[in-house]
Structures are given as C-alpha cells and as structure tokens.
Design a protein around this ligand. Structure first.
Ligand SMILES: NC(=O)c1ccc[n+]([C@@H]2O[C@H](COP(=O)([O-])OP(=O)(O)OC[C@H]3O[C@@H](n4cnc5c(N)ncnc54)[C@H](OP(=O)(O)O)[C@@H]3O)[C@@H](O)[C@H]2O)c1
Length: 305
C-alpha cells in the first residue's frame, strides 16, 4: 500500500522541523501537513471528515497545547486540546484508517520528580496541569492501542530546543533576550530565576530523528523516553549562550522568579529508545544553542527591519 503520511500541528515548533525532514528525505510518500487552521482537532466532525478523505498510513500527532507555564492559566483548554483533540483523532483513525501507525509525542512531565535518571518504569505523577493532560493523553492512547488495536507508539520527550521555538522555554527565552540586546534598544541585562535546575536537552533535529526512527522500528503500544541521557544545569545553558555573544551582558536575579524548581532534575534514560532503534543524539549542546541564538538573531533582525 502506498504510504500517506500525516503530521498534525505542522505549523508548530516540532511539526515544522518534522515536515521539513520528512519532505527532504522521503520523495516517495506524500506528507500532508495539518495546521489548526486546516483541521481543528477539537471539532470531532471536522476531524472525521478530514481523516476519511486522507486515510493516512502514518500519523505523527504533533498538535497540542505544549506550554507548561501557560497550562496553569489555561487548564481546561490544555485538557481539551491534548485529551479531547487526541480522542477525536484516534476515533477518526479507528473509523477510517484503522491500519495506520501513529506516533504521539508525550512529555517527561508525566513523571513524578526523581533525583536520578528516569526510566519508562518509574513512577508517574505529574505536578503541573500540562503534565496531567499529557498523562491523560498517554493513558487514552494506551487504552485505544490495547483494547481497540490501533498501532500507537508513545514517547515521553524531554526538553528539545531549536529554531522556531517560542520564549516559553528558558534557553529560547535567554537566546531571544541576547538577540534583542545585540540589536540595541533594550537594557543589556537578562533577568533570571533559579539556575540550579538540571535539564536533559536535545536539539530538535535529534528529537525529530528519534520520532522517525520510532515510526520505523518502535513497538506498538510501547512508551519510549526521547532524551539525551545527559543533564545540564540551566546556569551552564545561560553561560554558554552568553559566551556566544561579544556584548557585555549582565545577569540579574529576579526575586519573583526565584522559586525552587518543581523538578530540580529532569533527566531521562534513553536505553529503551536506543536499543529499539539504534538512534543516538548527534548534535552537541553548544551547536544546538548556537543554532537557537542564530535563529533568534534572524527573527529579531526581521522584526526591526
Ligand atoms: N517542545 C518541547 O520541548 C516538547 C517536549 C515534550 C513534548 N512535547 C510535545 O510535542 C508536541 C509538539 O510540541 P511543540 O513544541 O511543537 O508545540 P507548539 O510549537 O506549540 O505546536 C503545537 C501545534 O499544535 C497546534 N494546535 C493546538 N491546538 C490545536 C487544535 N485544537 N487543533 C489542531 N492543532 C492544534 C498549534 O497550532 P496553532 O499554532 O495554530 O495554535 C501548534 O502549531 C506537543 O504534543 C508537546 O506536548 C514538546
């Protein structure tokens, strides 16, 4: 059967990189990229009609409410998008494309905080509304995989960074500020909160490569950590970004942001992923940060032009 690949959330950070990578490498399978403006997943009828018309063979479900910070303010909307939207998509696939292979990027925020590396067997117990919605998404997808037989691969993805990312992520927010300071007109200072939290960070190209490897070689009904298995203090992330700029930039601790991190360490163990697929991260933290900063420089230049 000819492949028909669908990417939801195609205008988002991960979706854009995934669509570009699929289209660059795969000249055989057409890739359909859905944005919310094309198919709003909260609208069941719209989703059913669109899936019936396309009957995809492979689905990367990248649409979602992805911001942990926003989720405190938008709890119901976060649940609606991540849970109800996913239910609509899976219902429609079951009805119109039951043989499709589906990859759902989940989140490391489904885990309960732990002071050592997290494996897929560790305790679940999200402590923010985003994590709750991603756990509900994962649970509903597992049920559909087990009871209804849809071929679904689940991930618990740790932080990824890269071009096109919003400022809701610390590294991207630091890079955005540095780019604005370099352009002039803003105080040459970055306001920060606690920088002792440690995070497992991948370049988005490695994340996308892991998703494609799992689509090819992952086991249906299984959940995989997508991560580097290395943790970096956020202080290191900031220091390395500052070192990429030739401007003198101050760092100011903002008392309002100085709450202890809910997850002092968010580090994954990627043994299941590497064992199943042979995937390995290829992009160093320095290269990932340099690309992120260069992208922000280009974005800020465009804004002021
Ligand atoms: N970025 C990370 O570090 C990270 C880490 C772990 C897991 N993830 C997961 O990876 C996935 C992609 O994240 P991302 O960073 O690419 O997020 P993103 O940049 O916010 O993109 C998400 C996309 O989903 C679309 N969307 C939202 N609601 C929708 C709806 N009702 N119907 C259809 N489309 C809708 C959005 O469209 P609009 O722009 O039009 O609203 C947006 O383009 C999410 O499931 C996220 O939870 C991300």
């Amino acid at each position: 059967m000819p492949h028909r690949v669908l990417v939801t959330g195609a205008a988002g950070f991960v979706g854009q990189h995934l669509v570009a990578a699929l289209r660059a490498d795969d000249v055989v399978a057409p890739v359909t990229a859905w944005r919310r403006a094309d198919v709003d997943l909260v609208e069941a009828g719209v989703v059913h009609r669109a899936v019936a018309a396309l009957r995809p063979t492979h689905v990367y479900h990248c649409a979602g409410a992805a911001s942990t910070a926003n989720s405190w303010r938008t709890r119901a909307a976060t649940l609606r998008t991540n849970v109800i939207g996913t239910q609509h998509l899976l219902d429609a696939l079951q009805a119109h494309a039951p043989g499709a292979r589906v990859l759902i990027p989940g989140s490391a925020f489904v885990y309960h905080p732990k002071p050592t590396a997290l494996t897929e067997d560790d305790a679940l117990g999200p402590i923010n509304p985003y994590g709750v919605s991603k756990l509900a998404q994962e649970m509903l997808a597992r049920r559909v995989a087990t009871a209804d037989g849809l071929d679904i691969i689940l991930t618990r993805s740790f932080t990824h960074i890269g071009p096109g990312q919003g400022t809701g992520y610390a590294a991207s927010s630091f890079a955005s500020r540095i780019a604005r300071i370099e352009t002039g007109g803003v105080e040459p200072v970055i306001d920060v909160g606690a920088l002792d939290a440690r995070r497992d960070i991948l370049d988005v190209r490695d994340t996308v490569a892991a998703y494609r490897a799992l689509m090819n070689r992952g086991r249906g009904g299984t959940v995989y950590n997508v991560c580097s298995s290395t943790a970096h203090p956020m202080q290191t992330v900031l220091d390395r970004l500052l070192a990429l700029s030739d401007r003198p930039i101050g760092v100011r601790v903002d008392a309002a942001r100085l709450r202890p991190s809910d997850y002092p360490l968010l580090l994954g163990d990627n043994a299941r992923l590497t064992g199943a697929t042979g995937w390995r991260p290829t992009v160093s933290l320095d290269e990932a940060l340099a690309r992120l900063l260069d992208d922000w420089r280009a974005r800020v230049r465009k804004e002021v032009a």
